[in-house]
Design a binder for this molecule. Structure first.
Ligand code: NAD
Ligand code: ZN
Length: 388
C-alpha cells in the first residue's frame, strides 16, 4: 500500500552547427555531429532526401556518397539515399510513412544507426516521426534545407504528421541527435519559400527580441530580395532565439497550455487546412500574426503605431497579410476560421492560451478571444488589402 514517487531526469543535449557546404569532404561538422558519442566506431547511416531538394541539386546523392567515402573509417551508408516527396503532401500521406518505416525495418536500422534527413520542415517532421517511432527512437541528424527548417522547425524537439484533417495530429517530442544548418542548402530554395520561412523569424522577434525586430526592419529590402548573407544572418539569430526558448522556458515538451512561440499559430493552422495547404506554413503564420496584431489593437492591448509597424514589416518582406480562406464561411455563415480557436485549445490541451503582443518584443497570454473583435480585425485586414 502507499505510493512510490518515481522521478526520472533525462538531460537532452544536441549540437546545432551553423556552417557552409556541409558535404565538402574537408568539412568535419557533419562527421563530428554523427560521431560525437562514439568517435572510434563506424556509424551506419540512411540518408533521406526531400524530393524538391533532390530535383534542384541532382548531384547531391553523389556528393553525399563522396563525403561518406572520404570518411569511410567512421561512416557507411546502409543504402543509397531514399528520396521522399517534398512539402506538406508527405505529412498528409500515410502510405509514405508506412513505406519509410518498412524501409527502416528492411535495412535493419537499429537505435544507434543514424537517419540523416536532408529536407524542408515537412520532410523533417514526417521522417523524424518515422524515426522516432522506429524501435522507440532511432538517432536523427537533421540538415534543414529551408529557411523555416533552419530557423525554427529543424532546431526544435518536435516532429509529426497530419491525420484526420488535423495538422500535426500524430507526433512525438524527440530531440534530434544533432542539427547541421548549411547555408548553401538554401541556395536553390524558391523565393516564395525563402520569404515564407521569414515569418517564423519575425514571430520570435515579436515575442522575444525587439532589437531583432528592428534589425529586420533595417534589412527588409535585402531580405525580401533573398540576399543569402542577410538571410543566413536572420536564420542564425532566429534559430538561437528558438533554441534559447526551448532550453530556458521550463517546458520544452509543452506539457502546459502556454505556447509563446505559437504566436499567430491558432489561425495559421486553421488557414493551412482551409486553404487545402495552398498556403505555406510560414505564409499562414504571417497572416495569423497580422490578424492577432490587429486583434490586440482592437482589444486595446497593443497601440496602433506598433500594429502599423508590424504590418509594414510583414508586407515589406513580401509576406501575405490576407487570404480569401479567411472569409470561408460555415453553415452558420460565420468564418470557419473561428473554429481554429477551439481546435488550437484541443491541440494544446487544457485551457485556451493564446499569446498576443502588448509591445514589439513582448507577449502576453490571454485565455479568451472575442469573436466580434476577431471579425473587426478581419475587416481591418480586408480593408487594408483592398486598398493596396
Ligand atoms: N517541428 C516543428 O517544430 C515545426 C515548426 C514549424 C513548422 N513545422 C512544419 O514545417 C512544415 C513547413 O516546412 P517548410 O516551410 O520548410 O516547407 P516544406 O518542407 O513544405 O518545403 C516547401 C517546398 O520546398 C521544397 N524544398 C525544400 N528545400 C528546398 C531546397 N533547398 N531547394 C529547392 N526546393 C526545396 C520542398 O520539396 C517543398 O516543395 C509545416 O508542415 C510545419 O507544420 C514544424
Ligand atoms: Zn510555425
Amino acid at each position: 500500500m502507499g505510493v512510490h514517487w518515481q522521478r526520472i531526469a533525462v538531460p537532452f543535449e544536441y549540437p546545432v552547427y551553423f556552417t557552409r557546404d556541409a558535404f565538402a569532404p574537408g568539412n568535419r561538422d557533419l562527421l563530428d555531429a554523427i560521431t560525437r558519442k562514439e568517435p572510434a566506431r563506424r556509424h551506419r547511416l540512411l540518408v533521406v532526401l526531400d524530393g524538391g531538394v533532390a530535383t534542384a541539386t541532382v548531384t547531391l546523392p553523389d556528393r553525399i556518397a563522396a563525403y561518406v567515402a572520404a570518411h569511410a573509417d567512421h561512416l557507411t551508408l546502409a543504402a543509397p539515399p531514399v528520396v521522399v516527396t517534398g512539402g506538406e503532401a508527405v505529412k498528409n500521406d500515410p502510405a509514405a510513412l508506412d513505406e519509410l518505416q518498412r524501409r527502416l525495418h528492411a535495412l535493419g536500422m537499429d537505435r544507434q544507426s543514424v537517419v540523416v534527413i536532408v529536407g524542408g520542415g515537412a520532410v523533417l517532421d514526417m521522417v523524424g516521426y518515422a524515426a522516432a517511432t522506429t524501435h522507440r527512437g532511432v538517432r536523427v541528424v537533421r540538415l534543414p534545407t529551408t529557411v523555416l527548417g533552419q530557423n525554427d522547425s529543424g532546431v526544435s524537439v518536435k516532429n509529426g504528421v497530419n491525420a484526420f484533417g488535423a495538422k500535426n495530429f500524430l507526433g512525438t517530442f524527440a530531440p534530434p541527435f544533432a542539427v547541421v544548418n548549411d547555408r548553401e542548402l538554401l541556395a536553390t530554395l524558391p523565393r516564395r519559400d525563402v520569404i515564407a520561412g521569414m515569418a517564423e523569424a519575425v514571430k520570435v522577434a515579436l515575442v522575444r527580441d525587439a532589437e531583432f525586430f528592428a534589425w529586420n526592419e533595417a534589412h527588409a529590402a535585402g531580405l525580401a530580395a533573398g540576399d543569402l548573407d542577410l538571410v543566413s544572418a536572420q536564420v542564425e539569430r532566429s534559430a538561437r532565439l528558438h533554441l534559447a526558448h526551448i532550453a530556458t522556458s521550463g517546458d520544452p515538451f509543452e506539457l502546459g497550455s502556454a505556447r509563446p512561440l505559437d504566436f499567430g499559430h491558432w489561425a495559421a493552422h486553421k488557414l493551412e487546412i482551409l486553404s487545402d495547404h495552398r498556403l505555406r506554413h510560414g505564409e499562414a503564420v504571417a497572416i495569423g500574426m497580422a490578424l492577432d496584431t490587429c486583434y490586440a489593437a482592437e482589444a486595446g492591448i497593443l497601440d496602433q503605431a506598433h500594429r502599423d509597424r508590424i504590418l509594414a514589416l510583414l508586407a515589406r518582406l513580401g509576406l501575405p497579410l490576407w487570404d480569401v480562406a479567411l472569409r470561408l464561411c460555415g453553415p452558420d455563415e460565420r468564418p470557419r476560421l473561428l473554429e481554429g480557436l477551439a481546435e488550437f485549445r484541443e491541440h494544446l490541451g487544457g485551457e485556451l492560451t493564446v499569446t498576443l503582443l502588448d509591445d514589439i518584443g513582448h507577449g502576453v497570454e490571454v485565455h479568451e478571444m472575442h469573436p466580434d473583435a476577431i471579425l473587426r480585425a478581419l475587416d481591418f485586414l480586408a480593408y487594408r488589402d483592398a486598398g493596396r
